[in-house]
Ligand binder design. Structure first.
Ligand code: HEM
Length: 223
């Protein structure tokens, strides 16, 4: 059993399961963010806050953090393994690389940009909200935080670059995860590409809309 995690398919399986769990988390996060645009009276938002202040969140957050750590750790392990194989079989791998999409060839670099974005985001939001809650400090209001953060044009630009990297990482990642899980027969091979592309585009658009809306609200370019 322990050997499965050392085999290449085992490592890919870990990447796909952790990646899918992270996508599900991002979906929840994006829907929560949308309340900023569509729920100005904070009714839905306050209900979500009540749910999030329940005890189970203290279990879910470390589990989520573990998925991130595992995904990143195996990204390094798989990429180093691929680089080693490329050294040994230079021609075979470079032929394959030509047939792969740009995203497929740059998953690790895209992942690194995503990682920098996550670090920035944790500093900007999480450290002023949930961390304060855990430390017994004063938790910032997320709506005010959004305006303080996205009100600065250069911060908005950094976030847009981050979202773009995430879009490239996930449009390939979604489809690749379905392949790894074996859901890639003749019919579904192309379908997963389309489903992934549409799903991920809507997901990232949700984040972008909220960031731009906050910027426009601060600078008076929307009602
Ligand atoms: C929100 C964060 C992230 C999500 C939702 C995510 C999602 C995914 C998904 C679904 C896959 C496809 C797995 C498969 O091929 O079976 C994947 C692959 C990959 N991810 Fe991520 N990822 C995230 C962050 C990162 C970070 C921070 C890194 C690294 C620094 C990273 C590096 C990689 C690499 C290298 C692969 C390709 C593995 C391979 O097929 O050889 N990811 N990711």
């Amino acid at each position: 059993m322990a050997n499965i995690f050392k085999s290449s398919i085992g490592k890919k399986l870990i990447m796909s399961v952790s990646g899918i769990c992270l996508i599900l988390f991002l979906t929840f996060h994006m829907v929560m963010n949308l309340t900023y645009v569509f729920d100005p009276d904070e009714v839905v938002y306050k209900t979500i806050c009540e749910i999030l202040s329940m005890g189970w969140v203290n279990v879910v957050v470390p589990v989520l953090a573990a998925f991130f750590v595992i995904h990143i750790l195996y990204a390094f392990i798989l990429t180093l393994g691929n680089l080693k194989a490329r050294g040994e079989q230079r021609y075979a791998v470079s032929n394959k690389a030509k047939t792969d999409s740009w995203s497929a060839r740059n998953m690790f670099v895209l992942g690194l940009v995503v990682l920098c974005g996550i670090a920035l985001h944790l500093i900007n939001f999480w450290s002023k909200m949930q961390l304060q809650n855990w430390l017994g400090g004063v938790e910032a209001n997320p709506y005010q935080l959004m305006e303080a953060t996205f009100g600065k044009w250069w911060v908005l630009c950094i976030y847009i670059v981050w979202f773009a990297a995430l879009w490239f990482h996930l449009t390939h990642g979604f489809w690749s995860a379905m392949q790894t899980l074996g859901w890639n027969n003749q019919i579904w091979f192309k379908r997963w590409k389309w489903i992934g592309c549409i799903y991920v585009t809507l997901l990232i658009l949700g984040f972008v809309v909220v960031a731009i809306y906050a910027f426009c609200k601060v600078h008076g370019c929307c009602a």
